[in-house]
Design a binder for this molecule. Structure first.
Ligand code: PCG
Length: 141
């Protein structure tokens, strides 16, 4: 299948970054239920990115194919839904996981309140990690 052909790419990280990403994933209500191996692989495959203040990181309603999961490392973002503020998010937090986990369009808009730095993993990489671990588990029975 297409998913098994995806090559996962790891990106070099400092111990500090690895720890921050791992803590962020373990702190997230949904991601914390993943297996330790999946969390480590997601962390390994995340790549660094940055955006300027005012940029739209995620647009509510955006298609599932654009889905990326982020861990914020520097700066602040604001979450809004239909123009209403839901919350602000600071460093060490995951966002953008809902649309990938539920295979739906983006449930809210996320805007950079400051210049921001993030780690990111796209839908294809994320799903490959989910599926490969699933296959490995399956082959053990
Ligand atoms: P996703 O993929 O729907 O994209 C928008 C993200 O905003 C969402 O995932 C969550 O990670 C994040 N978010 C943070 N707080 C909230 C909240 O209160 N409601 C919603 N819907 N999303 C939130």
């Amino acid at each position: 299948s297409q998913l098994t052909d995806v090559t996962l790419t790891s990106y070099c990280k400092t111990k500090e970054s690895r720890d921050l990403i791992q803590r962020a994933l373990m702190d997230n209500d949904f991601m914390k239920h993943l297996e330790q191996g999946q969390i480590l692989t997601i962390m390994d495959c995340m790549h660094p990115t940055s955006l300027a203040k005012g940029c739209c990181v995620i647009q509510e309603g955006d298609d599932v194919r654009l889905n990326v999961v982020f861990v914020l490392t520097e700066g602040m973002v604001e979450v809004t839904k239909q123009g209403k503020k839901l919350c602000s998010i600071g460093p060490g937090k995951v966002f953008g996981e809902l649309a990938i986990l539920y295979n739906c369009t983006r449930t809210a808009t996320v805007t950079a309140l400051t210049d921001i730095k993030l780690w990111a993993i796209d839908r294809q990489g994320f799903q490959t990690i989910m599926m490969r671990t699933g296959l490995i588990k399956h082959s053990q029975y």
